[in-house]
Design a protein around this ligand. Structure first.
Ligand code: ATP
Length: 838
């Protein structure tokens, strides 16, 4: 394994030297089709990197790289003529897809209102799939896409042929999935009451979580000992996969193993565990704790209570808070470049120091050779950067910063966990710095920078990062507006605390545009608009909100789109937000995977009735291997997430859950706890799939088919961040195996089948019997809704119901739970044999 890794480390470097296939790819502005070939000079960037880059604009794609050769701070340069991206698709395909989109857009525009990318379980709602209430999957209807119409039913064929695997094929198809109907079965916001669906689940949501008592969060040493004895004492982390370095990466080859040992040696310093009986309590009491929340705002109540969980999980209402491009082979070494020379700075240049060998602790593989103090950012920003512990730029930061600083629109693609947030925040802050200062009494300064994130967690995280960078800019304020908090509170907060940088989720931002006095005027000051997780925000679930937001900010602005995944169709529609002459900067080397080499990816295909015991066994094995385990278990929907969390709690594992059906205060607390903790499992819906930066996640398990290839990549990206190791396991049922064809280019192997002895089987069955029946019913309905919306699995309703009933049996139920007729009607499942209605 090590040999493989070493060769794979060396090979790309050789390639770099002999063949200018270089890792950072920069594209000309988005064009439709591969036909753009006119050479175009890039004076701005050449000025910024005068000695580092020269361009030949051939084709629609340019590449460049910065790489140290031998000692010192030499960089390799190279440029390559490349086939246009998307070459596998014909121009006809592109045009067909574009025309699909345009007609959909028209439909969207005419239907008005509706679709927001928020979440729900179940399949009644049409139009939007994922809601920023957190991003749990919302099923999309099974309208057959042209492209996939010939696919095997249920993907039962295990061959990988017959399924288009270029990135984004599934997404394109998904777009086709959307029905014209918006599923407006929800009452308008004002009509929604704080009813009592919680009560249905025995959750008295008005009880106070004892978070005011710090001891509630301190560890119980006795429990820890008991826990460690049970799972961790003699645990030795297997020296799994050596840290193969992609050609983008530098750093010594020992980095990964050292990181491994460091991780193994770290103390468990925070988070509370439950062990032994305490762990048993973890199942039940954790639920109690979850119930004892500070639920002090109406939106949160609405989020949990709306329509009653049964239907609410099936039907997500329109929720205004969003709760819802070269010269061949040129290598120019840089020797002792001054920062001004490096970046063509026409600004104040901050003193430079020798380039440090390493500045990132465990692994610096994701870092570039360039230091922040070599670029033209303000001294106060540099101080903030230094205090944040950043010295060298990451690859994406190095690639984008000079271009953004020049005012260009940018679409940037960089792997997960490689510092995209700082990449867009830092140059945006510089825009504010250069803006005329606001007067002290200016309570409502224009908003200069608007950052849109798809989930609340991500928005809060980006705001926190901005605050770090703004430490020495006291006159620049950041505010965050997200769903799940009272609009009025945010309005007051924004009034009391002037801000020039606003981070928001789309739905809540739209609320403010429509309901907050003076807000629209403030937005007219926007100079930089950022779409984080851009591909997701431009997806159908969010697009209408995004279009509304774009219409509310000035046309004369800079726009930055960042994501770890940029499917072809997103490139084709990004002109919604970006200027035509924007730059596409792709730091994922052409031909390399979009996932990290140091993350071991495996898949396991097993019948549904084995899934629960497999998840338990996989977790137990991992816990035994790594006492500092930190695991994310992704489930298909919020209600299935709750079921799995309940089950694992009953099995005495130290588990938390997070999904859209939890109040925001709870989500924030659990998210913070997981960020700081070790020895903890977070069972989650897709609210945690994108962007969330939990350090040192050791394992990501994905149970059931992810919504698409992108979602698989983003979920997996919660581990292996900042060059660290990680592991990912995808657990599928046999009829979900077709999904593997969409990720066949990723380095994935078969996982060994976990050993499940009869005792374990009994234990899991017993634990399942302890899970609240209502939660099983809700999970069944949500499961049915999710797969009903899958264009392959949901096509044959009879088969779908058979599978759902298999899921029901896997929960230990003899009979499938009855579902309300209304709900079955909404799902298009009325009178399908095998279903019970009520
Ligand atoms: N220059 C830097 N040096 C060291 N650490 C950095 C640097 N820039 C960012 N980081 C850290 O790297 C981590 C990952 O950053 P971030 O969350 O922005 O990644 P990302 O690329 O946006 O990931 P995702 O695709 O999952 O959203 C964060 O903990 C951040 O603080």
């Amino acid at each position: 394994m090590k040999t493989t890794s070493l060769s794979s480390t060396i090979m790309p470097v050789k390639l770099l030297l002999n063949n200018p296939s270089l890792p950072v790819t920069r594209f000309l502005s988005m064009k439709f089709g591969p036909s753009i070939s006119a050479p175009r000079p890039v004076p701005a960037f050449s000025r910024v990197f005068p000695l580092r880059l020269r361009y030949l604009a051939l084709g629609s794609q340019r590449t460049f790289s910065t790489r140290r050769t031998g000692s010192g701070s030499q960089f390799l340069r190279g440029y390559e003529r490349k086939a246009a991206v998307g070459g596998s698709k014909s121009l006809v395909d592109h045009e067909a897809e574009l025309s699909d989109w345009v007609s959909e857009l028209r439909t969207d525009t005419t239907r008005g209102g509706g679709g927001r990318g928020e979440e729900s379980d179940g399949g009644g709602r049409r139009g939007s799939r994922v809601r920023d209430r957190g991003g749990d999957r919302e099923p999309y209807p099974a309208k057959r896409s042209r492209r996939d119409s010939g696919a095997d039913e249920f993907g039962e064929s295990r061959t990988r042929g017959g399924f288009r695997s270029f990135p984004g094929s599934s997404r394109m198809s998904k777009r086709d999935d959307h029905d014209d109907k918006e599923g407006r079965s929800f009452p308008p916001r004002s009509n929604r009451g704080s009813s009592s669906s919680n009560d249905r689940f025995g959750e008295s949501n008005r009880r106070r979580f004892p978070s005011s008592n710090p001891s509630a969060f301190t560890r119980n040493p006795r429990m820890d000992r008991r826990f460690d004895n049970k799972f961790g004492d003699n645990a030795v982390k297997e020296d799994g996969f050596p840290g193969r370095r992609g050609p983008n990466f530098r750093g010594n080859s020992n980095a990964s193993s050292s990181s491994l040992s460091k991780r193994g040696g770290r103390e468990v310093d925070s988070g509370f565990r439950r062990g032994g009986e305490g762990l048993r309590k973890g199942g039940r009491d954790s639920r109690k704790e979850k119930e004892m929340l500070v639920v002090d705002d109406s939106d949160e109540d609405e989020e949990v209570n709306e329509l009653g969980v049964g239907i609410a999980d099936l039907l997500t209402e329109e929720d205004s808070d969003s709760a819802a491009s070269d010269e061949d082979d040129e290598y120019e070494g840089l020797k002792d470049k001054s920062s001004a020379a490096l970046f063509g700075s026409d600004k104040e240049v901050v003193s430079q120091k020798a380039v440090p060998k390493s500045s990132a602790g465990d692994s610096d593989s994701y870092l570039s050779e360039s230091r922040f103090d070599q670029c033209s950012v303000s001294p106060l920003s540099l101080k903030g950067i230094k205090d944040a512990g950043y010295e060298n730029m990451t690859v994406v930061q190095e690639a984008t910063l000079p271009i953004i600083l020049k005012g260009k629109d940018v679409l940037a693609k960089a792997k997960t966990g490689t510092g995209k947030t700082v990449a867009f925040l830092l140059p945006s802050i510089e825009v504010v710095v250069k803006s005329p200062p606001i007067g002290r009494d200016h309570k409502r300064p224009p908003i200069s920078v608007l950052v849109i994130c798809p989930t609340r967690e991500l928005a809060s995280q980006a705001a926190a990062e901005a605050n770090k960078l703004l430490k020495y800019h006291p006159s620049i304020g950041v505010q965050v507006v997200i769903g799940g908090t009272r609009l009025a509170l945010e309005q007051k907060r924004m009034q009391a605390n002037p801000c020039q940088i606003l981070v928001a989720t789309p739905g809540r931002l739209k609320d403010h545009i429509e309901n907050t006095a003076g807000f629209a005027t403030r937005l007219m000051g926007v100079k930089v608009l950022i779409l984080d997780e851009a591909d997701h925000l431009l997806d159908m679930g969010f697009r209408k909100d995004i279009e509304r937001i774009i219409a509310a900010v000035p046309k004369q602005r800079q726009t930055l789109l960042f994501s770890a995944t940029v499917p072809e169709e997103v490139r084709q529609i990004c002109h919604i937000a970006l200027k035509r002459d924007h730059e596409f900067i792709n730091t994922v080397q052409e031909g390399s995977e979009e996932t990290h080499a140091q993350v071991r990816q495996t898949h396991l295909v097993a019948p549904l009735d084995k899934h629960f015991s497999f998840v338990y066994s996989l977790l137990k094995e991992h816990i035994a291997d790594d006492p500092d385990y930190k695991v994310l278990v992704f489930c298909t929907t919020a209600m299935v997430t709750r079921l799995v969390a309940d089950l694992l709690g009953e099995l005495n594992l130290n588990v938390r859950e997070i999904h859209s059906r939890k109040p925001q205060s709870y989500r924030t607390r659990v998210s913070d706890e997981f960020r700081k903790s070790k020895g903890l499992i977070l069972v989650t819906s897709d609210v945690s799939a994108r962007g969330v930066d939990y350090p040192d996640v050791t394992l990501v398990i994905q149970v059931g088919i992810p919504a698409d290839r992108q979602q698989y990549i983003h979920r997996l990206g919660r581990t292996g961040r900042k060059g660290k190791e990680g592991q990912g396991i995808l657990l599928l049922a046999p009829w979900e195996e077709f999904f593997l064809s969409t990720i066949k280019d990723l380095p994935m192997t078969k996982a060994p089948v976990p050993l499940v002895d009869p005792d374990t089987t009994k234990k899991v069955a017993r634990a399942l019997s302890q899970v609240d029946m209502k939660n099983k019913e809700a999970a069944y309905q949500a499961w049915l809704g999710y797969y009903n919306s899958n264009k392959k699995i949901g096509r044959d309703k009879h088969r779908l119901v058979e599978l759902a009933n298999e899921f029901s049996r896997s929960m230990g139920l003899d009979n499938p739970p009855a579902i309300a007729k209304l709900v079955l009607g909404k799902m298009g499942l009325k009178n399908v044999p095998g279903l019970r209605s009520k």
